[in-house]
Design a protein around this ligand. Structure first.
Ligand code: B12
Ligand code: SF4
Length: 495
């Protein structure tokens, strides 16, 4: 069968496609795990975000797929619906499969859409079995993790238990199936690698627990190194580890760093997401190893610097430092210090606009980011399907925007008990632009050619909304913010 796999073009404020166009790891993994005789094409639509319609028309024509599969996050749901309608118009007989976080956690939202199958949870085995059933006119009821139409109603088969990964059943991703080019992270060709899946924490804003429960499974180092080599052989110079929480097992992470060094794969740049507690507690041995292995940017899930907010986010324990087995306060500053001493940059993940936040509480977090992080990754709490946080916000009547395409993390869609949503977003937007500018010299030192060529566009993107009138002081920053919001709204129209 011809199968076309698509990831959505929607991006958010901190990932402008000018600088960040990363492949979707799920699709290459699915492609690597279907039976060999299928012809699979992967199109990451972020690479053609400005010509989605034309790209779909072309691919449907050239590829003539019997099945299309879409990977969808919640803020991409509207775009996914439009792409599905377009594909169906071009080929009414095409079978449509959706998967990923949004279809898994809100399958009911896809039932009225032009969709035939929903793959819930991990996809490799379910999708393979679905294709077999389609080919052999087989039956769907034994395929765990699958939802499908039976006449007028939908059947939701039992959940598929999470895969243990260790047994080698899940084969390597198939990168050669990608049909579009141009992946980049700040000018360097980028790819994504998984070394593990899952997390045993249960932060209230995170979808992971509802998606797969509290567990942690790992791939063998042999497989991980083979995967990195494959990414490199396909042109990658930067690797983004997409593990849910690679720092859950620090000893393993240290051993992985050593394995990367021993395999001579430390010439590549690595980006990773980490818990502050793991870095603070083990930084003296872990951070130098990370640096030697090639780690450059570390996304730290700081979440918030105020204890009350950390309690609400259920993120206090992962941000607690330990000394001699006892809790020794917040881990953030020590984690940042460890990374900086080892010449790595800190991407500071903070969440502002939690229910009890006042203007002062938000400002304290922004000030922290100004002082300590190299690249701000500040978001607003966003009520994604089935997270504990969503229940809280809904019960307290704090959700102000229900338009899911705005659930991109940098649009404030909830208010606090004290501050309106728009004001929260305004504060973040105003502060964050200048923090990003401050990092430009460091980016220049690493990739002078990319920064020289793109600096004007990067400035234009960061400061979109500003006009000559505002530069001359004839309008205030609230007016600029409103213009920025209008531009942002237009940017969300892809199809
Ligand atoms: C890595 C990651 C990123 C990377 C993305 C790199 C990349 N291009 O892949 C970065 C840091 C850039 C990122 C950004 C964002 N992310 Co993110 N990210 C993750 C993370 C940690 C892992 C995702 C991953 O790649 N897993 C590995 C793959 C193999 O697994 P998978 O995606 O689940 O896919 C499996 C199944 O879902 C299924 N499947 C997936 N697609 C399909 C399609 C078909 C057809 C089928 C059959 C099956 C299927 O099969 C796959 C294999 O088993 C998750 C989860 C987490 N713990 O936080 C969040 C997560 C996916 N991100 C999320 C969000 C919201 C975002 C942002 C909007 C904002 C933010 N919070 O940072 C931005 C948007 C990015 C953009 N497009 O602009 C949310 C999504 C919530 C939701 N309900 O939509 C998550 C769940 C985090 C959370 N808040 O809970 N993210
Ligand atoms: S530690 Fe990270 S992956 Fe684990 S629940 Fe919290 S946010 Fe999600």
């Amino acid at each position: 069968m011809n199968i076309l796999l698509l990831s959505m073009p929607d991006y958010f404020e901190h990932m402008p496609p000018l600088a960040v166009r990363m492949p979707n790891g799920a699709l290459a993994s699915l492609a690597g795990n279907v039976d060999d005789h299928h012809r699979v094409g992967i199109a990451d639509l972020i690479l053609r975000h400005d010509s989605v319609r034309e790209t779909i028309v072309r691919l449907m024509h050239e590829f003539n797929p019997e099945v299309i599969g879409l990977s969808v996050m919640t803020f991409q749901r509207r775009t996914a619906g439009r792409i599905i309608d377009l594909a169906r118009k071009l080929k009414p007989s095409v079978r449509v499969v959706v998967g990923g976080y949004d279809p898994s956690l809100a399958p009911e939202a896809y039932e009225p859409m032009n969709v035939d199958y929903i793959v819930r949870g991990e996809g490799e085995i379910t999708f393979r079995e679905l294709l077999r059933a389609l080919e052999n006119r087989g039956e769907f009821e034994r395929i765990s993790g699958l939802s499908y139409r039976a006449g007028e109603r939908w059947v939701h088969n039992p959940v598929r238990p999470v895969h243990r990964l260790e047994d080698g059943e899940i084969r390597l991703p198939k990168r050669s199936a990608r049909v579009l080019r141009g992946y980049t992270l700040l000018g360097r060709s980028v790819d994504v690698i998984e070394t593990s899946r899952g997390c045993t924490y249960d932060c209230s804003f995170c979808s992971i627990i509802e998606m797969r429960g509290r567990n942690f499974h790992t791939y063998s180092f042999e497989r991980v190194l083979a995967d990195i080599r494959d990414a490199r052989d396909h042109g990658a110079r930067t690797i983004f580890f997409v593990d849910d929480n690679i720092t859950l097992n620090v000893r393993r992470f240290e051993a992985l760093c050593r394995a990367i060094i021993e395999a001579g794969l430390n010439q590549l740049d690595y980006f990773v997401q980490a818990m502050t507690s793991a870095i603070a507690d083990h930084g003296e041995t872990l951070a130098p190893l990370m640096r030697r292995a090639g780690f450059r940017y570390v996304f730290l899930g700081i979440e918030n610097i105020l204890e009350g907010d950390l309690q609400f986010l259920r993120a206090a324990s992962k941000n607690t430092e330990h000394k001699s087995g006892n809790q020794a306060g917040n881990a953030t500053l020590r984690a940042i210090d460890c990374l900086h001493r080892n010449k790595m940059y800190v991407v500071g993940g903070l969440i502002v606009g939690n229910p009890e936040d006042t203007v002062e509480a938000i400002e304290a977090n922004l000030e922290f980011a100004r002082r300590y992080v190299d690249w701000p990754y500040i978001q607003h709490p966003t009520p994604y399907p089935r997270t504990p946080m969503t229940q809280d916000f809904r019960q307290r009547g704090l959700i102000t925007i229900e338009r899911l395409e705005e659930y991109d993390g940098t649009t404030a869609v909830v208010r606090t008990e004290h501050v309106p949503a728009e004001e929260i977003e305004y504060m973040r937007w105003k502060a964050e632009r200048w923090m990003k500018v401050r990092h430009m010299p460091a980016a220049f030192r690493h990739d002078p050619w990319f920064v020289l060529r793109h600096a004007p566009q990067m400035f234009a993107h960061t400061f979109r909304g500003i006009t000559l009138r505002s530069l001359l002081g004839l309008e205030n920053s609230h007016q600029v913010f409103r213009r920025y919001k209008t531009i942002r709204c237009q940017e969300r129209e892809f199809v």
